[in-house]
Design a protein around this ligand. Structure first.
Ligand code: ACM
Length: 559
């Protein structure tokens, strides 16, 4: 009994200490000690092994440059002649009074795991990858006043102190994602970089970029210039819904391939992979309007970029070989632009009415031996997948789809795909993994963080009538009833942001924060360490961070 009480006391003390440190997301294990390290009037000597690709050096350089400018603390770099892969520090320090920061590379650690130990005059970091070092630095910055994490100098701070602490940390999930829909509204490079900054602050690592919609095509494709000449523009800024009518304002925008490369590079520096989504063959009216002669089921009719919210019936004619070639050509350009493992092909909400009235689609249905028009969609994807399979190994990509594709004959596609589960998410995810596929949890409720975040009267209009409070978002439990043997197929979790009602980056940020932090914590922190009341206290520090980086956010949680 005594032992149980002692353990309980130790657990409460630990969680209180972690809360005082205000780390978000909460690390796996935090032990604090009496005392702290005074950084001012000292030099920090950073000692690290060099590797052939300089990958650690880049992370260290960027941390050192930032720290010097923001804190004014003197920092010197030093490294042993040979790569220190054994994980043992080989540098002997001679100069008294310096703070020694040593990076130990420990290949036995997991990819994103790190240890950060701050004691006496030493900062010891152990990791197996540059990404994990980046996360150790993100944590270290959060141990200092929030202006360090924000990258903003504050001359009024005269003393820089780090608490004595020992942190062992690694994420619960490898997929810690956020999806931004820029098809409905276009925010531009600076807004996207700001989102990436915030994601990195919360140790999120997958930016799912929804780049095409009925209402706009946002990525330059060299082989099909009309996609952006025509498809990126429409005759209304707001999207019609109910009493809200299209406003006649010419509106749009898109990312050139140069812009995409710039953002990919920026994301890479933040250890974020970008997953481009080209949502086909549904949600494709902007593409159909750009190339009706090859994409429309009824090419003689007039097609325009959609001005309304909802699900358009104007889908791509999947029975046209030119439409299949179009999709393959797009994959080829995406493969060059996005050097990552995954491409998302959408697959949600794809009405089949137009296929049902089209004789070529009826003939194809017969040819593939099915009566389910949904299978035409899966047959379309199969041809794209076969095209990818013929590429050299460095150009191989895995495909992700929304969970509606499970309504078709998935044998056409095989099970080496990933299902993003949004509608009936838990059940859909379980169905996907039982078929041998991988899955990502993006439950519409409560992870669609474009919905209102409070029911206060001053809450700006947003999608639907529901409210996903910070608490509701926080309290979603990933893999709640998942059998143990299926858990390894769950890559992780992701918040989604649909932009039908959200015209400005300011409104986007308002809805995003602080809910993104709640999702980040579900993605990073083990379930048994998560507690909303404790999170609510810890998140208070983030208000200063949001103010310093000059973003909008939901204020009610800080009042
Ligand atoms: C979706 O919400 N249509 C994926």
């Amino acid at each position: 009994m005594k032992r149980v009480l002692l353990l309980l006391f130790a657990a409460i003390t630990l969680s209180l200490q972690a809360q005082e440190l205000s780390l978000v997301p909460l690390p796996q294990k935090v032990t604090t000690y009496e005392g702290c390290m005074q950084l001012d009037n000292k030099s920090i000597v950073v000692c690290y092994p060099q590797t052939d690709d300089n990958s650690y050096t880049k992370v260290i350089d960027s941390f050192v440059d930032e720290m010097k400018v923001i804190t004014g603390v003197k920092i010197k770099k030093s490294y042993p002649k040979k790569a220190n892969i054994a994980g043992v520090s080989v540098i002997k320090y001679t100069k008294k009074g310096d703070v020694h920061m040593t990076l130990h590379i420990d290949p036995m650690m997991c990819d994103e795991e790190y240890n950060l130990c701050i004691k006496e005059n030493k900062i010891d970091i152990a990791t197996a990858t540059p990404a994990a070092l980046f996360y150790a630095f993100q944590t270290l910055k959060q141990l200092l006043p929030r202006n360090v994490a924000a990258g903003v100098a504050d001359k009024s701070i005269k003393e820089w102190r780090l608490p004595f602490v020992d942190i062992h940390d690694k994420p619960r999930f490898s997929w810690r994602g956020f999806m931004l829909d820029e098809g409905r509204h276009f925010y531009g490079k600076e807004a996207v970089k700001k989102v990436l900054d915030i994601m990195a602050h919360y140790k999120m690592n997958r930016f799912h970029w929804h780049l095409t919609e009925d209402q706009g095509w946002r990525i330059e494709i060299k082989k099909y210039p009309e996609l952006t000449n025509t498809g990126a523009w429409r005759d209304s800024k707001v999207l019609g819904w109910g009493d809200v009518k299209p406003d006649g304002i010419r509106y749009g925008g898109y990312y050139t391939q140069e812009d995409i490369r710039e953002i990919v590079e920026y994301a890479k520096e933040h250890f974020i992979e970008i997953i481009p989504e080209i949502d086909i063959p549904g949600h494709s009216q902007a593409a159909v309007a750009s190339y009706p002669e090859i994409l429309a089921c009824d090419p003689k009719e007039k097609h325009n970029v959609w001005l309304w919210q909802g699900v358009s019936a104007d889908v791509i004619n999947v029975s046209n070989p030119d439409a299949v070639q179009f999709a393959k050509d797009i994959i080829d350009e995406l493969t060059e632009l996005f050097p990552y493992r995954y491409i998302h092909l959408g697959g949600d909400e794809c009405p089949t009415h137009k296929w049902e009235r089209n004789s070529e689609c009826a003939a194809l249905l017969k040819e593939i031996g099915t009566q389910n028009y949904r299978d035409l969609q899966l047959n379309f994807y199969r041809q794209i997948k076969d095209h990818i399979a013929q590429k050299p190994s460095e150009k191989q990509r895995e495909l992700i789809f929304w969970n509606e594709i499970l309504h078709g004959n998935t044998a056409l596609l095989g099970n080496d795909i990933t299902i993003m589960a949004w509608i009936g998410a838990d059940a859909a995810a379980q169905k996907a993994v039982s078929l041998g596929m991988k899955t990502i949890l993006t439950p519409q409720i409560p992870y669609y963080i474009n919905r209102k975040q409070s029911d206060r009267p001053d809450e700006p209009h947003s999608q639907g009538y529901g409210t996903e409070t910070v608490e509701a978002v926080y309290n979603y439990v990933p893999m709640k009833n998942t059998p143990e043997e299926l858990k390894s197929k769950y890559l992780g979790v992701q918040a989604n942001f649909w932009s039908e009602w959200v015209v400005t980056a300011d409104h986007l940020q308002y809805l995003l924060l602080p809910r993104l932090a709640a999702v980040a914590e579900a993605a990073w922190t083990q379930q048994d360490r998560r507690d909303y009341k404790e999170f609510e206290k810890r998140i208070q520090c983030e208000q200063l961070f949001y103010n310093l980086i000059n973003v909008n956010y939901g204020k009610h949680i800080f009042e």
